[in-house]
Write a protein that binds this ligand. Structure first.
Ligand code: NAP
Length: 300
């Protein structure tokens, strides 16, 4: 149980509701900032405006998956309130208060550093990234079906990268009957791709390897699908770029060549917000239990 813990949940989308539900069930006390248009009420959680919150009693602050934007604004889809997270606000929290977000950026790094508070990025964890790859793949399948007039079964699919997302993508499209090849640069990745029963290729050969691709799925957050690679793709190829913004595709050149290239960020929150929220709720409750146990241990 999280009895006695005081947590501020600032902004976010439907995924945050799963976190709020779980933490209130565990008896934490929650201040919800940026939720005043949410009809649902949670026992143990109060909706507050940013300037009404007593940050001096907070044990944790939970931000949405993207954290803040580069100006410090927190996305609040359940509110019209403009919420800006500053180092002054963070400085009002007790020293042991930790800040949680999915990912970070230069602004969020800077304000947490200025306030000397710990920032924990949930998406850096392997477990979260692997669980999250499940709704990501389902979203990718949805996009492939929506944007092609041929079946996945039997089509030539090139996956770039064998990280947490790439591996799940390759395995699932293979299971759907596609002819999957995966490009990577490490020999252990090429070995794993072979073991998975799909075709490996080294990324240095990408231009030769993508010539017959029907769907290209990129998971590499680096400009890998360059103009030169695009010039080798058949014009009917659909590119689904899963890598974080700005993706790994030269979208300008793809458009010039008439190749449909889609940047598809945030698929878990779009196709399965409940599951994506539960993944975050599981890890948040685990982390907060550890934090509470540590504090109790230190107090003894
Ligand atoms: P990951 O486990 O770190 O995998 C990244 C892959 O990219 C690895 O195979 C890595 O290979 C490769 N890579 C990185 N830089 C490279 C470079 N310069 N040249 C060649 N290969 C390179 O990351 P992940 O969890 O799979 O996530 C992949 C991307 O998808 C991230 O950008 C993540 O933010 C994004 N994502 C998007 C969604 C969505 O909904 N669209 C959902 C989840 C994640 P090495 O091991 O050789 O470096």
């Amino acid at each position: 149980m999280l009895t006695g813990m005081q947590i501020a949940v600032i902004g976010g989308d439907a995924r945050q509701l799963e976190i709020i539900r779980r933490l209130t069930e565990l008896d934490a006390r929650l201040s919800l900032i940026g939720f005043e248009q949410l009809d649902h009420a949670f026992t143990g959680a109060v909706k507050e405006k940013l300037d009404e919150v007593d940050f001096s009693i907070m044990d944790a602050i939970i931000l949405p998956v993207p954290g803040t934007n580069l100006e410090g604004q927190v996305e609040t889809i359940f509110s019209n309130e403009k919420v800006i997270l500053t180092s002054d606000i963070l400085g009002k929290t007790p020293e042991h208060c930790s800040i949680y977000s999915g990912i970070t950026n230069a602004y969020l790094n800077e304000v947490t550093k200025e306030a000397n508070r710990t920032l924990i990025q949930l998406f850096e964890r392997d477990d979260v990234a692997i669980y999250n790859s499940i709704p990501t793949v389902e979203g990718t399948i949805m996009m492939a079906i929506q944007h092609t007039d041929f079946t996945i079964h039997g089509s030539n699919i090139a996956v770039l990268g064998l990280g947490r997302v790439g591996m799940s993508v390759a395995r699932t499209f293979h299971a759907l009957g596609a002819k999957v090849k995966v490009g990577a640069r490490k020999s252990e990745h090429l070995a794993r791709i072979t073991e998975m029963g799909v075709e490996p290729f080294h990324l240095s050969d990408i231009e030769k390897e993508v010539r017959e691709t029907d769907i290209l799925i990129n998971t590499i957050p680096y400009l890998i699908v360059s103009a030169s690679v695009l010039s080798k793709l058949p014009v009917h190829t659909l590119i689904i770029d899963l890598a974080s913004k700005p993706g790994g595709t030269d979208f300008r050149y793809a458009e010039k060549r008439g190749i449909k290239a889609l940047l598809a960020p945030g698929l878990p929150g779009i196709v399965a917000p409940k599951t994506a929220g539960q993944i975050l709720a599981n890890v948040m409750s685990q982390l907060l239990h550890e934090k509470l146990d540590n504090r109790k241990g230190n107090a003894q």
